[in-house]
Structures are given as structure tokens and as C-alpha cells.
Design a protein around this ligand. Sequence first.
Ligand code: 5AD
Ligand code: SF4
Length: 408
Amino acid sequence: MLRVFIQTYGCQMNEADSEEMFLHLSARGAVRTDQLDQADAVLINTCTVRDHAEHRALSFLGRLAKWKRENPKRIIIFAGCAAQRLGKALQKRYPYLNIVAGAKGIEHFSETLDKSGLFATPGQPVASPVGLSAYVTIMRGCNFNCTYCIVPSVRGPVTCLPAQDILADAARKAKAGAKEIMLLGQTVNAYQDGTVSFASLLNRVSEIPGVERVRFTSPHPLYFTDELLRTLEQNPKIARHIHLPVQSGSTKVLQEMKRGYTRELFLEKIRALQAAGCHISTDIIVGFPTETEDDFAQTLSLVDEAQFLAAYCFKYSPRQGTPAAQMQLLPENILEKRLSILLNKVRDLADATYQRQIGTVQEVLMEEPHKGRSSGSFWVQTKTSHPVGNMVSCKVVKAEGTLLFCEE
Ligand code: 5AD
Ligand code: SF4
């Protein structure tokens, strides 16, 4: 038996990829452990979207030198986006590293394991237990070329998985107990497989027996077609929460980022979504090299107008090889200042959004006897207890922090 410790950094795509890589390891007799000192192998699945994420993964790898010295038979696999970016240079810098498996090569992970000669001959994989909510990857890569973003170079262009395989994966997970399916892709709503559009895929997944709710992340504003909007309006199983990255509130900066939309178009899209009952969260980058005080003020005013449920705010991080990395950086103190102003605003507005839910009715998937997540992604505490996995309709009577208190 081979005990594997898995450390995943980054987005939900990476969580799903770690699961997939573990399947291949399980076919070679591996079981999971959450105790590093008891592990025979470590799988580090990495992120490189910002320097900080990459740094964390590398410093974990650095700390494993001692772990490996304690027992040189131990195996270290460094996988994912940072592995793709840094490539062979890693093995030079960390000679105790056994396998580098870049994000582009995930389809060949099984062969990579075999080629290493470190694992047993593969047998049947053993799928991990499925929770109430399950990820299903539907596409990989990205065809956009946002000027700040490293993702297209480490994950490559879009490839969509066949719809039949996606439906089979979702059906298997629903049968194993998942009530909620989260469809994943870097630009998930750009999905297309022959005649199957993203909108029709959403409908088909929602029709699988046992599936009560379908979520997806992350969509791109340009692919929010009328067909998708209509599907959302007509299908109550599609969650009323959409994470839609805006990145900046200034049309000028959006152009320099090559996002492909204006501030006005973004606002138009989210208003249509909000009219369909959706809550919107977003990603925002502060301190893009060309961002002026006025551009930043426009980001602040967009946050005021948009009524986001949440906004994940990041300081711009130059990524080698991207067009924006050639530009002159803004001073760090400006980035710090803008980030802190933005974070304060976002927090205040999120509070107001929670307060506005008082009196509304929420559809809640119970994750604990008294607690669950609503279609709009609010955490909800219910007055009476319910079986885990049940869908409960209840009315909000109070909001405290990021929790809604409801009565059924
Ligand atoms: N610097 C800062 N944030 C970035 N993101 C992507 N690239 C960068 C970068 N170079 C953010 C975007 C994206 C999220 C996943 O990470 O906001 O939506
Ligand atoms: Fe990066 Fe832009 Fe593609 Fe998102 S859409 S992964 S930000 S290039």
C-alpha cells in the first residue's frame, strides 16, 4: 500500500485535477493520507496565476527536502500550472524531486507514472467518496489572451470534453450521492461539443436523476449569450449565483488587459443576470501597470453599481512571458493602498447585500442538520433540523456577518 499526501494550491480546476491524478495513483494501489509524516508519496498540485501562489508551492517543495532525507524511497510529484511553467529547471533546483507533471500533460499522467518506474502495474482505480457537491470538469485551457494572464501559456488552448463523458461522470457522481454538480472550466460557458452548447449541457446535467442543483465556474462575460440567459431564467435547478470576473471597472484598462468587453457591457450582462434572480461575485485586479487614479476610481464606482455578493481582489502580479510583464510596474505602496481601499468597500457592500436578503425566501441544500447553502450561495442557518442532503425552502429573518438566519 502506498500512502499519498495531496497538497493542492489554486482554483477548483486544480482540486478536480488532483482528484483525477489520485485516481491514477489509486489504480497503482495508493490510498490517501492527511498525515505527511506517514506518507510514502506527496502530490503537489500547483498554481502559478500570481507569484505568491507559485512561491507557496515552491516553499512547500523546499520543506520536503528533510522529509525525503528521512526516507529516500519516498516519492515527490510536482504537478499543475507552476510545474508546467518551470518545467525541467525544477529537477535541477530540487534534485530530490521524482516527477514533474505539467498542467498540459494531465491526460498523460498515467503514462508519466508508468514511465517513472516507481509504481506498481496499474489495476482498477478506486474513486474517492463523493460529497453532496461534486466537481465535473467540462473543458480545459483558454483561448483568450488577457495581457496579464499566464493561464493560456500553461494550460494551452481550449479543449472541450465530449458531452457524453461529462454526462456519464455527472450521473456517476449523482448516483454516489452528489445533489449538486459544479461544472468546471477556465472559460466554462465557452463550452461547445458539436451541437451541444453550454446552455444545453446545463439543462442535460440538471435532468440527471438525483441532481438538484447545477453550478458552474468560471464563465467569461463575452459568452453570456441570450440562449444561456434564457436557459438560466427557465431552469430553477441552475444556481442563482454566478461568479463573473470583471478585473477592472475602467473600459480603458479592460482594453489594455484585452478582456474584450467594456464596463457598460459587463454591467448590462450582470443586470440581466440579477433580473433573473442571480447574485454575482467577481474577481478584480488592482494596480494593472496602466491603471491611473481615475481608472481605479472607476473600479470603485463599478463595485458600487454592481452590488456584488463578493469580490476577490488581487494586486497585479507580473507573470513572465505575458505582454503586461513588459510594462513598467506601479509602485508597491500604490498597489497596497488601492487594494486596502477596495477591500473596505467590498466588505461594506457585501454586508448590505446580506442585510437586503431579510424577508426573502431561500432554497437551501442542507449540509448539516441546521446549516446549508442557498441557491444564491449564501450560508444559511435553519431554525429546525433537517436531514443532510434535503432541499429546504425557508425565509430569512436575520443576517449576521456572512450568515443568514432562516425560519421554515
Ligand atoms: N495578477 C493578479 N491577479 C491575476 N489574476 C490572473 N492573473 C493575474 C495576475 N497576473 C486573477 C484574475 C483571475 C483570477 C483567477 O486571478 O482576477 O480572474
Ligand atoms: Fe486568463 Fe483571461 Fe483566459 Fe481568464 S479568460 S484564464 S484571465 S486569459
